[in-house]
Design a protein. Structure first.
Length: 345
């Protein structure tokens, strides 16, 4: 992709974010939003930051370590992966769909255990299993909250469509595991090919001259461990755990503006939110985040103003978490500069 094309895509995404925010602010009472923010309960907001943003980073770094161990038998120190994961969040914050974080993580592991190729594959595997885990959690959490929906019939139908698509995805993956027929074999080959292409895409983002980027056979070999189902179980469990912990943080988030919804509602809402954040149409999720809060929590009777206020608190918490990654990144840079200066002395 040329520089001009990248610049054009960035401007388009920025324009989409601005347009969405303009539409939102034209339809809310900004006075009510500001009033809601001035009454924020700081203790709950801090608990939201802890459970909704910091604890999940610890769990997801553990998931990366586990993916390397169960998929490829490679042991990597947890602190190393936590540092790279956190700095990757900072470096990749303004890239859509989280791809910037993934590329940074793989690039930083070039000289580490497993190297560049295996980490690129493991990171792609994490994302694949995360989508599966999110779909499973959505399937489980929707029935208990379906009777609580108090929104317009059109939005209710959209939620049901997403729900049935999730069921279809889970059922399709079940077919991959169970069918020994030629159809099952074709489905498995199709999924293997798509995962292999995704691995190559991550590799190309880092080094277009890499032998691995041009050698697809290596990608196919690295995909094989994904289809050993016992390898997937703990990765899926950690993903679900991370999502539940984040949902607890989400509950504290809304409690900070005096809105009390059951935890199961938050599990469904924040799981559905994940699908919104996968959309690669914005910069830093600006606009997408605010719209998602209004639409999803509006399903349960939360006003636009309250939902928008909670999205701003979420943004502040996210920036604090990402900023911590920036401090780690800056500290590493200072250490490298100091080492270089001492070496030249």
């Amino acid at each position: 992709m040329t520089f001009n094309r990248k610049k054009l895509l960035f401007c388009c995404r920025l324009g989409i974010a601005v347009a969405i925010l303009a539409i939102i602010f034209s339809r809310v009472d900004t006075t009510r939003v500001l009033s809601c923010l001035t009454r924020i309960r700081i203790n709950y907001a801090l608990l939201s930051l802890l459970f909704g943003y910091l604890f999940p980073i610890l769990i997801l770094s553990w998931r990366w370590q586990l993916a390397l161990r169960v998929l490829y038998g490679i042991g990597v120190p947890y602190r190393l992966l936590l540092r790279h994961y956190w700095t990757g969040m900072f470096v990749g914050y303004f890239f859509p769909g989280g791809i910037g974080t993934d590329v940074y993580r793989a690039a930083r592991m070039t000289a580490e255990p497993g190297g560049f190729k295996v980490n690129a594959a493991a990171i792609v595997g994490e994302r694949v299993f995360a989508v599966l885990a999110t779909a499973l959690l959505l399937v489980v959490s929707y029935p208990p909250v379906s009777t609580r929906l108090v929104t317009e019939p059109q939005l209710t139908r959209i939620v049901r469509v997403i729900y049935f698509l999730s069921i279809s995805a889970v059922a399709g993956l079940g077919m991959l595991a169970l069918l020994n027929s030629s159809l099952g074999a074709r489905l498995r080959r199709f999924v293997q090919r798509r995962i292999g292409l995704e691995i190559n895409r991550v590799v190309h983002k880092i080094d277009r001259r890499s032998v691995f980027a041009n050698g697809k056979a290596d990608a196919w070999e690295l995909v094989t461990p994904f289809f050993i189902w016992r390898n997937q179980l703990m990765i899926i469990v950690l993903t679900i755990l991370s999502q539940i912990v984040a949902s607890v943080g989400g509950r504290f988030l809304l409690l900070s503006i005096n809105i009390n919804l059951p935890l199961i509602t938050h599990i469904f809402a924040w799981t559905l939110m994940c699908f919104f954040f996968l959309l690669p149409i914005s910069v830093g999720a600006f606009g997408i985040r605010e719209a998602a809060f209004i639409v999803i929590f509006g399903l349960f009777g939360v006003s636009r103003e309250d939902a928008l206020a909670s999205s701003f608190i979420s943004l502040a918490s996210g920036l604090i978490a990402v900023g911590m990654g920036g401090l780690i990144w800056l500290n590493e840079g200072l250490k490298r500069s100091k080492s270089a200066a001492n070496g030249n002395a």
